[in-house]
Design a protein around this ligand. Structure first.
Ligand SMILES: [Zn+2]
Ligand SMILES: [Zn+2]
Length: 256
């Protein structure tokens, strides 16, 4: 299994997960032109995307989904709640609604969705598995629930939101209402909340940890690195950071 990001942050998100010829795109918050350009850098063709999975209806995750899926005839999967919010705007050629509690397969990948507290209709995040490995993704989450801890324990790789540094958010430029939204129980994970999760889950098999969905105004690389490496008891070089413009290049999960 390998995975990459087309870009990550409040202006757009899209992640790729590939195993044995099945390549899934999780969210598409970029224009089709931008996705095509960035896929070229990752040496992947848009035609090779087996399906797009949508986590929730916020623009930074969904704004490019309908156009891409129409252009490349890509199947789209989302929850009923997400669809209810998206369907006025968009039309998907092949849509499948999934339950946020039931696992399903797309070709060689098994997808385990799980609900997260976020200010959207029915937001989910995912664990992906093939015969050998498990990769988890957690972004756009305001609170770590016991269910999230259960889903993300014992993985081989983890893509984890480190959205904001608490002090930077509170002393930063956002209006009070937005500060409350971001830091609320259905907002985003701050670096310390993400670090708290890392301390709770079993990280024994973790080959890759990537910090994503970082706020450009309310966070800094060194704060994320400090929080994540502190929780892991590792050197900060080991942790990767996804950027808004570049995402991150393919990371391979190898047999240990
Ligand atoms: Zn987001
Ligand atoms: Zn969101």
């Amino acid at each position: 299994m390998r995975f990459a990001s087309i870009g990550s942050g409040s202006k757009g998100n899209a992640t790729l997960v590939e195993s044995s010829g099945t390549c899934l795109m999780i969210d598409c918050g970029f224009s089709t032109k931008e996705v095509e350009k960035r896929m070229l850098k990752l040496s992947i063709n848009p035609e090779d995307i087996s399906a797009i999975l949508v986590t929730h209806e916020h623009g930074d995750h969904v704004q490019g989904v309908a156009r891409f899926s129409r252009k490349y005839n890509t199947p789209v999967w989302m929850t009923q709640g997400t669809y209810n919010r998206c369907r006025q705007r968009d039309d998907y050629p092949h849509l499948t609604i999934f339950s946020s509690h039931e696992q399903f397969d797309i070709q060689s990948l098994t997808i385990k969705p799980f609900p997260v507290p976020h200010d959207a209709a029915e937001p989910v995040q995912f664990v992906f598995s093939d015969a050998d490995h498990q990769l988890g993704i957690l972004t756009d989450t305001g609170t770590i629930t016991p269910h999230i801890v259960e889903m993300l324990t014992g993985l081989d790789a983890l893509i984890l939101e480190g959205n904001y540094d608490h002090n930077m958010l509170m002393n930063g430029p956002y209006p009070q209402s937005l500060k409350a939204r971001v830091s609320g129980r259905t907002g985003h994970l701050c670096n310390d909340q993400a670090a708290g999760l890392l301390k709770k889950i079993n990280c024994e098999n973790l080959q890759h940890l990537v910090a994503v969905h970082m706020s450009e105004k309310n966070n800094a690389h060194e704060h994320v690195m400090h929080a994540f490496s502190g929780a892991m008891g590792c050197s900060s070089d080991w942790i990767r950071l996804a950027s808004q413009n570049e995402g991150f290049h393919w990371l391979e999960i190898v047999k240990s």
